[in-house]
Ligand binder design. Structure first.
Ligand SMILES: [Fe+2]
Length: 247
């Protein structure tokens, strides 16, 4: 086998681990405050599993959503403190911090003007929108985030199926400097086949600056191992466009 053959073959080999991503910036590991980890024991187990996958740093992002998860910034930081202490006692060494996954609802619009929101890296703000219907004005959400001094990172854009046949909306968001974060598990068809296909198209179009595990439970870790078999994940991790390693 010649040099180029082996190079081509290597590009299709599954990733052995996720050490090339370095930092996971989307997960639900603070126990009992959202639909993620339920107990401190489960949180410790999930952190251990993320370390086994190769991550060196974790930024966990509980939901803040007024209809379901009425979390506050202070509450999240208190939960982080508890988790750090438990990890310390269990002798687990990992750089762990917290931000939030903000749901872009009415309260969010009010909050962004008066509170200091939880961000990661250089003012990156992770936000999500409805899975069922498009927001009235996504432009207004973006404008609001940016004019208040934050950099918008749209969580799992591939999961908003109402935009699948309106790819120009994704392109418009990129033109407006919206960062996109892929969920790794979109690449094993966990959500649906169309979600996987659109995620692969976005990878080809170099639209993701961030990739996240969105870990809620240990089943997600098993699915990540499935997703690692998708050559598009290697392509993304080796593209050099991800910001995760610099966080
Ligand atoms: Fe999430």
């Amino acid at each position: 086998m010649g040099f180029f053959d082996s190079l081509i073959r290597k590009n299709f080999e599954p990733l052995e681990n996720l050490s090339g991503i370095v930092t996971d910036m989307h997960s639900h590991l603070i126990p009992g405050i959202d639909d993620g980890s339920k107990t401190i024991e489960e949180s410790i187990d999930l952190v251990n599993k993320l370390i086994e996958l190769g991550y060196k740093k974790i930024i966990t992002t509980p939901h803040i959503m007024s209809d379901y998860y009425r979390n506050t910034e202070a509450g999240i930081l208190a939960g982080l403190d508890t988790l750090r202490k438990a990890l310390d006692e269990a002798n687990i060494q990992i750089d762990i911090s917290a931000a939030a996954e903000y749901y872009a609802d009415f309260d969010f619009t009010q909050k962004i003007q008066k509170d200091k929101l939880l961000t990661f890296g250089n003012k990156y703000l992770l936000f999500e929108i409805s899975y069922f219907s498009p927001p009235d004005s996504v432009e207004e959400i973006i404008f609001n985030i940016q004019t208040n001094g934050y950099k918008p990172v749209l969580a799992h854009p591939e999961r908003y199926i109402y935009w699948h046949n309106k790819f120009e909306i994704y392109e418009k968001l990129k033109d407006r400097n919206v960062y996109f974060q892929l969920n790794i598990n979109s690449l094993c068809g966990h959500y649906s086949l169309p979600v996987m296909k659109i995620a692969e198209k976005m990878i080809k179009n170099k639209m993701f600056e961030f990739v996240g595990s969105d870990t809620h439970n240990s089943n997600h870790i098993l699915l990540i191992r499935e997703s690692m078999k998708n050559p598009n994940l290697r392509k993304l991790v080796e593209s050099g466009i991800l910001i995760n390693p610099d966080l």
